[in-house]
Design a protein around this ligand. Structure first.
Ligand SMILES: Cc1cc2nc3c(=O)[nH]c(=O)nc-3n(C[C@H](O)[C@H](O)[C@H](O)COP(=O)(O)OP(=O)(O)OC[C@H]3O[C@@H](n4cnc5c(N)ncnc54)[C@H](O)[C@@H]3O)c2cc1C
Length: 806
């Protein structure tokens, strides 16, 4: 066995085999895979192995397209052909208009990735799948490329190609320990000896946390038992003359595909079961859990009603195996938080369909530092310290129970809540707050107008529209208060801080005490990595603020670029402080009542920062605004948050201080042209494409990404972020929606919402630069309907910033 390699991949299921193969495709051939048993002996061997193109984001659609193209190519390899039922077609069913709207949106989104889905009615569903009943059915989403593959053959084929390119695979070689050396390289200890390597990859399926523990990590991944059965041959299938399309049913929680001349039917029962929470038998390999069809009786009956042929057919095999879940249903593919040179590809619940694509994106990240798509949706750092195994188990159960019921916009399901709260969460709840969750934090979305107010999940504007309109009007005319918890905040100290930030940020970096500036961090390809608010406080303290979800991501990026010579210390204050935002023309008056400092425009202009007290609570106040009104961000230590809240509420009473939430903030920021990290700020685009030219200074000297950015600038823009005004008042354009011009896709929406102060349906979109001039007309496909849209100048509300500056 080799004792040295560049990368060691641990685990020989689809995740490991795909990663190994794609590493060789990216040119790294000194790579090794170690597998404790035989290849595919974890979950992969018994997978139902359906391969769909369906995804809820463009990244998911894109990576699945990669799987499909790769599997097709492998299946046609004359030297090692594999069984792949490519393009049998598949239908996701729906019995509500709201679900149909979702499908219309997904179809419009997939179009931008060159993928054609079709939204069909109930009759068309039964025409394409003659075995289904149309009772209680509205229609469905047709995926023409849906199919299934032989999982063992697929892995062997990937392994074979990887070996041919130079990779080594060691079977029956359990990894027993991992040691990291001072230079951040690793030693992988196995039963058959050690392998030294630069990089390790955890691809261990349901044993993810056995290997995680070897590096001191507990990954938020949980296994659920999952069952399907195979039927005897069905005459209608034999007679059909074509293969049956696949079915996925959110109405009755089952899926179904053809297997020989019978069916394979899988279930997502409500009475579901976690597996292996307290350890896994070391001998559980190539193994199954005991059958338990009693558990799925409820789903079984519903499946029989949808497919009456099942009632007359015998079951000949039941398969019950462990399948992994994460907190939000998407896998963890990328760098392991807090570790150097360690990656994972874990938590795959649809690993056969997705594995080809995930391995591809992971190999790109390992070799190039970034993948061709923004991978935040699968980045392991998107969950932070709260993401423990107990929470994962609750979310895994919830997700399993809702397997095919996609999340609607703004929908946050109840399991495992609340996770992270502040001292004023109960007070806000008593005020009638409806909460959204942001990186586990319970954040006010809006305040319910009546105790029994209920939001209908929808892709359209719903009853919350008027609530947000009221919030925005209150902020615009008087003043609003909004709690922003979990905001990511590091305190940087040391003599090297300013030079370090100058190296990390691509534009001018504020240095003067008492001032605040916005900066952008690029990756080595000149693409946008992070956005930070830099505030220079007294006593040599510098605050770096960014989105709540960026807590692990940004720390990782900053730490990676610190050298031993840098006198820079970074301390996270994220969990210690909370922001109370005061926004609106009366905010200065309220602040002046509770704090003895001089808050006049002259003494504390826009983009200032200072330490002060709010009543008796110490605070750091920044005069910055995301709403487009005069506003102050008041950062208060959590143990005195309630005191600050009482002071502000007391002083605000005579000014009509109104509680507003995240939903109003999001609508208002679109009117001001402000961007959201990972909605509009993506690693797929550079700052020029993202319309952030004013934040770039190529002449200031070296910074991370500068050389690449200069090259990109010379090559010219591929896309340009613009603001669109839509002729539509029924729905916003959701992220991913396609933009069309003369019938061709010319771009993609990143964010959309109603701008209440300007009375416009607004959207941001990356579009062809040739069309980016204000006044250019095009179309946006909003839940299946092409609506007219026009490019308008960015930030239509108060373009002179008169309100913000107060
Ligand atoms: C019943 C069922 C039906 C399914 N149907 C579908 C479907 O239709 N479509 C779909 O896309 N997905 C489906 N899935 C999910 C899919 O099968 C999994 O997502 C996928 O197989 C996971 O692959 P993996 O490589 O991550 O894990 P695994 O296949 O479990 O591979 C992990 C490997 O790591 C090895 N390993 C563990 N510890 C060590 C160690 N210490 N040292 C060395 N090696 C180690 C294991 O032996 C194993 O071979 C289904 C799953 C189940 C249970």
């Amino acid at each position: 066995m080799k004792s040295q390699a560049r990368v060691v991949v641990i685990g020989g299921g689809i995740a490991g085999c795909s990663t190994l193969y794609h590493l060789t495709q990216e040119g790294w051939t000194d790579v090794v895979l170690v597998e404790r048993d035989e290849l595919t002996s974890g979950t992969t061997w018994h997978s139902a192995a359906q391969v769909t193109n369906f995804g809820m984001t463009q990244t998911m659609v894109g990576l699945k397209s990669h799987s499909i193209a790769l599997y097709k190519e492998l299946s046609e390899d004359p030297d090692y052909p594999i069984n792949y039922h490519h393009a049998d077609g598949g239908i996701r069913l729906a019995n509500t208009e709201a679900q149909m709207d979702g499908y219309r949106h997904f179809a419009a989104m997939a179009k931008g990735m060159g993928v054609t889905f079709e939204v069909i009615d109930a009759q068309e569903c039964s025409r394409r799948h003659p075995l289904i009943s149309t009772d209680n059915l509205l229609g469905g989403l047709w995926d023409p490329l849906d199919g299934d593959i032989d999982p063992a053959q697929l892995c062997q084929s990937l392994a074979r190609r990887a070996r041919e390119a130079g990779a080594k695979i060691y079977r029956n070689t359990p990894v027993t320990g991992l040691s990291q050396l001072r230079d951040d390289s690793w030693i992988v200890h196995t039963d058959r000896g050690d392998i030294s390597c630069e990089i390790v990859v955890n691809a261990c399926g349901y044993r993810v946390n056995e290997v995680g523990e070897m590096m001191g990590i507990q990954h938020p991944v949980m296994s659920m038992e999952h069952q399907y059965f195979l039927t005897e041959p069905i005459k209608a299938i034999e007679d059909a003359g074509h293969r049956m399309p696949l079915l996925r049913c959110p109405i009755s929680d089952f899926y179904c595909r053809q297997e020989k001349n019978g069916l394979l039917v899988g279930f997502y029962e409500q009475d579901c079961k976690t597996w292996g929470m307290d350890g896994i038998d070391p001998n559980f390999s190539n193994a199954l859990c005991p059958d338990d069809l009693d558990r799925v009786t409820d789903v079984l009956e519903a499946a029989f009603a949808r497919m009456p042929a099942l009632m007359e057919t015998g079951i000949h095999t039941v398969v019950n195996g462990p399948i992994t879940y994460t907190i939000d249903g998407a896998p963890l593919v990328g760098p392991i938080p807090g570790k150097r040179n360690a990656f994972c590809i874990i938590g795959l619940r649809a690993g056969l369909g997705e594995g080809g694509g995930h391995g591809w994106l992971l190999a790109q990240q390992i070799v190039h530092g970034e993948a061709c798509y923004d991978t935040w949706g699968i980045d392991p750092r998107r969950f932070t310290g709260h993401a423990n195994v107990e929470l994962t188990a609750l979310k895994a159960i919830e997700d399993y129970q809702n397997e095919f019921r996609f999340h609607f916009p703004h929908e946050h399901r109840p399991a495992g809540r609340p996770v992270k709260t502040t001292p004023i969460t109960p007070i806000l709840a008593a005020e009638g707050a409806a909460f959204t969750t942001v990186n586990g934090w319970e954040r006010v979305d809006y305040v319910k107008p009546t105790p029994d107010f209920h939001e209908t999940p929808s892709y359209r504007f719903n009853e919350v529209f008027d609530v947000v309109a009221r919030d925005v009007a209150a902020v615009q005319s008087a003043c609003g208060i909004c709690e922003v918890n979990g905001f990511n905040r590091y305190e940087l100290t040391g003599t090297g801080v300013h030079d370090f930030l100058d190296r990390m940020i691509c534009g001018r970096v504020v240095r003067k005490e008492g001032r605040v500036g916005l900066g952008y961090l690029l990756n080595h390809h000149g693409m946008l990595k992070a956005e930070a608010t830099i505030a220079i406080l007294s006593g040599g303290r510098v605050w770096y603020g960014s989105a709540a979800a960026a807590e692990f991501h940004d720390m990782d990026w900053l730490q990676t670029h610190l050298t031993p010579e840098d006198d820079v210390q970074i301390r996270s204050l994220t969990n210690d402080h909370t922001i109370l935002v005061l926004a609106g023309p009366k905010s200065r008056d309220i602040l002046s009542t509770v704090s003895r400092a001089d808050w006049s425009r002259e003494a504390f202009p826009w983009l200032s920062v200072r330490d002060c007290h709010i009543g008796i609570a110490p605070a750091v106040v920044l005069s910055v605004s995301f709403s487009g009104e005069l506003a102050y961000e008041i950062h208060v230590p959590n143990n005195q948050l309630y005191a600050a809240w009482l002071a502000l509420r007391g002083a605000g009473a005579e000014h009509g201080l109104h509680i507003f939430g995240a939903r109003a903030v999001d609508a208002m920021r679109l009117e001001k042209g402000y961007l959201h990290w990972k909605a509009d700020i993506l690693t797929e685009f550079d700052p020029f494409e993202t319309n952030l030219d004013r934040f770039v200074n190529l002449d200031k000297g070296g910074f991370v990404g500068r050389a690449a950015l200069i090259k990109r600038q010379k090559a010219g823009l591929r896309r340009k972020l613009v603001t669109l005004r839509l002729d539509c008042d029924v729905a916003p354009a959701h992220g991913g929606t396609s933009v069309l011009h003369e019938g061709k896709v010319v771009g993609t929406v990143t964010s959309g919402d109603w701008g209440h102060r300007v009375g416009m349906n607004l959207a941001y979109a990356f579009i062809s630069p040739a069309l980016a001039k204000p006044g250019t007309r095009m179309e946006v496909e909003v839940i299946g309907t092409c609506v007219k849209a026009e490019v308008i100048p960015s930030g239509p509300y108060d373009p002179e910033y008169a309100h913000v500056k107060g």
